[in-house]
Design a protein around this ligand. Structure first.
Ligand code: NAD
Length: 494
């Protein structure tokens, strides 16, 4: 069985004290073994990144930009191959995998504008004969730790901007679908990135802790579940690093009584069940205001009946399996407990049968969900959509604002005033107005509020340029000797 290697200083390293299987979720088969990094292997990757740093930070901005222009071409050309890798280890359907690559490409395109992005500021004559300018310099070695659900897009959220800013990177992708990261490292190399600038190590807590505790790692970008995000934030911050740690979500879609039912039902189904609900921006709660649920539920139910669930490589499939057997059991246990918690099971995903040993589950629709229940409070991360009925906009807004998570949210309405009020009042980092999955385009930044993000910088886009650089401010004066004198007073700008 093929052993998936680490990539350190441009070398593929397979020596490993420990390995672990990587499954094909559609068949349940072990398809690869993964080398799991020991602390020594992680140290080796950090050392390679540290060694590559001085040369990479001296590389001209134009040469750096060239790498991103080349990479953009390569990623476009090789999308079908990369999508097939994603589908074989993650399970999402091929078109969805290609969509994820397209969204990751936005970050490469953003990074290719680095000459503009890294421009500093200058102020002339702040005092007589004194000018000031600021520059942005790389922070050093950056650790990027990523989740299973977007094995291409989320690594590109981090490494594109980090590398463009002149940093070097150690990427620790999810151990459940790691091959895409190795493929991306190969493409970067082909695009002209020098060895050691992007390193990939595979592993678990042991590898992550080695990154968090290394004094040579200066910044940590993390995306994953909330408990891990919080612990990463605390440990990295305690070690004096800058850190952004994005966590889980429970995204609410507020449906006003005036919303177009066809548009709303199509959006809710797509956003709840796409990628089997394993998206941090998936809609998992519909908050139905007034009588709208009575009209919406039949529309949702009829659409569910037409969904095709199957192997992601089959073009007819609209939804693939979950990532693992444990994920399937966890999701189904939430459905099993829903009725006892007061919900009505309108469609029960456990009833759908699938041939073979794949990690499939059907889609579930729950109505009359109570806000003190586990299915409402917890991130389920599967194809389960909960409908909560409320009497008014205010009651719906209160629910959203009181929830632990504040990643994305959406309002569906035809009333511009209601939409504007929602945008103003809602406590979430990303808001959609008749847009169910409002993932910002690459020229904006992505991030949630509350327990969906620990740290103060959103990821990718303009905020990433600040996160991955340190600013330096230079004050300049060219006095002639006849203007020079001793003055022990504190310099003032007059
Ligand atoms: P996860 O938290 O289990 O794993 C994320 C990363 O952390 C992986 O690389 C994993 O190896 C590592 N890790 C796991 N346990 C660890 C530990 N104890 N100590 C240190 N590192 C550890 O998340 P996942 O299951 O891979 O991904 C799904 C989660 O990610 C969901 O909660 C989802 O909402 C979230 N997510 C959030 C966003 C966002 O932008 N906010 C985006 C994608 C996914």
């Amino acid at each position: 069985m093929a052993l998936i290697p680490h990539v350190i200083g441009g070398e593929k390293i397979t020596a490993a004290e420990r390995t672990q299987p990587v499954y094909n979720p559609a068949t349940g088969e072990r398809q690869h073994e993964l080398a799991i990094a020991s602390p020594a292997t992680v140290e080796q990757a950090i050392a390679a990144a540290k060694e590559a740093l001085p040369k990479w930070r001296r590389t001209s901005l134009t040469k750096r930009a060239d790498v991103f222009f080349n990479l953009r071409q390569l990623l476009k050309q090789r999308t079908p191959e990369l999508a097939a890798i994603v589908t074989s280890e993650h399970g999402k359907v091929l078109s969805d995998a290609a969509g994820e690559i397209a969204r990751g490409l936005e970050n490469v395109e953003f990074a290719s504008g680095l000459l503009h992005l890294l421009k500093g500021e200058r102020d002339e004559q702040v005092s007589t004969g004194v000018d000031v300018h600021s520059i942005k310099q790389p922070v050093g070695v950056v650790a990027a730790i990523t989740p299973f659900n977007f094995p291409v897009m989320v690594p590109l959220w981090m490494i594109a901007s980090a590398i463009a800013c002149g940093n070097t990177v150690v990427l620790k992708p999810s151990e459940r679908d790691p091959s895409a990261s190795v493929f991306i490292a190969d493409l970067f190399r082909e695009a002209g990135l020098p060895d050691g600038v992007l390193n990939v190590v595979h592993g678990d807590k042991v590898a992550v802790d080695a990154l968090l505790d290394s004094p040579d790692v200066k910044a940590v970008s993390f995306v994953g579940s909330t408990p891990i995000a919080k612990s990463i934030y605390q440990r990295a911050a305690a070690n004096g690093k800058r850190v952004q740690a994005l966590g889980g979500a429970k995204n609410h879609m507020l449906v006003m009584p005036d919303a177009d039912i066809t548009v709303t039902a199509d959006a809710a189904i797509s956003a709840a069940y796409g990628s089997a609900g394993e998206r941090c921006m998936a809609v998992s709660v519909v908050v139905a205001v007034g009588d709208v649920a009575d009209r919406l539920i039949p529309e949702l139910t009829s659409r569910i009946g037409n969904l095709t669930i199957g192997d992601g490589t089959d073009p007819a499939s609209e939804m693939g399996p979950l990532i693992s057997r444990e994920a399937k059991e966890r999701v189904e246990s939430y459905v099993a407990g829903a009725e006892a918690e007061g919900a009505t099971i309108v469609v029960d995903g456990r009833e759908q049968r699938f041939a073979g040993e794949g990690f499939f589950t059907g889609v579930t629709l729950l109505d009359h969900v109570k806000t003190d229940s586990r299915v409402y409070r917890d991130e389920i991360f599967g194809p389960v959509l909960a409908v909560v009925r409320v009497d008014s906009y205010e009651e719906g807004l209160r629910l959203i604002n009181n929830h632990q998570f504040g990643n994305g949210t959406a309002i569906f309405t035809r009333d511009g005033g209601a939409a504007r009020q929602f945008e103003f009042e809602v406590e979430a980092g990303m808001v959609g107005i008749n847009v169910p999955i409002p993932v910002p385009v690459g020229s904006f930044s992505f991030g949630g509020w509350k327990d969906s993000l620990f740290g103060d910088a959103h990821i990718y886009g303009p905020e990433s340029i600040n996160f991955y650089t340190r600013s330096k401010v230079v004050t300049t004066r060219w006095p002639s000797p006849d203007q020079s004198k001793i003055d022990l007073g504190f310099p003032s700008n007059h």
